[in-house]
Write a new protein. Structure first.
Length: 169
């Protein structure tokens, strides 16, 4: 597991931008945390890395936004941003097209992903957000499943920079 202490929304966005460099097509990123803990801010950073030009917002009322981005080869990459906050049953998730989108050669970013229950994929990144001791502080924990030696700790350039500037990170 890899942990990061964000001091501001900008820190969270920059950290997510760095994390996004490790993502590949068909990756599923589960975002889990309380209201206001930084999940949508994190999505903004991932989308920035993939050059999404749309305004990124929480899809709470529509439950799904689709963004067009570019991958490292400058090819189109679709990012599917789910918000499952209002979901009551797993069948609602399936009705959104979750299974189709999770295998559509894009990247799925799922807020309130703990509601997936039986639909949680074996291969995924789980990102947990915890409110910190100040208004803007957030603890962000990333774990990849299945865990292997090569993906158990994400090596992020932005984190290295912060760790060198602020040893407590």
């Amino acid at each position: 597991m890899h942990s990061f202490l964000s001091k501001s929304p900008e820190d969270t966005t920059n950290y997510a931008d760095s994390f996004a460099s490790s993502l590949q097509r068909n990756d599923i990123v589960m975002l889990i945390g309380d209201l206001g803990s930084g999940k949508t801010q994190f999505v903004k950073g991932v989308c920035r890395f993939f050059q999404v030009r749309d305004t990124i917002s929480s899809p709470t009322f529509v439950m799904l936004h689709r963004y067009e981005g570019r991958d490292g080869r400058d090819e189109e990459l679709l990012l599917y941003h789910f918000d499952l906050y209002k979901v009551k049953r797993e069948s609602e998730i399936l009705e959104l097209g979750y299974e189709e989108f999770s295998q559509a050669n894009g990247i799925c970013l799922i807020e309130w992903a703990d509601k997936l229950r039986e639909l949680i994929p074996h291969r995924r990144a789980e990102i947990r957000f915890t409110l910190g001791s100040t208004e803007n502080e957030r603890r962000i924990d990333i774990e990849r499943f299945p865990t292997t030696r090569t993906n158990s700790a994400v090596d992020l350039p932005y984190t290295k920079k912060l760790q060198s500037e602020h040893p407590r990170y």
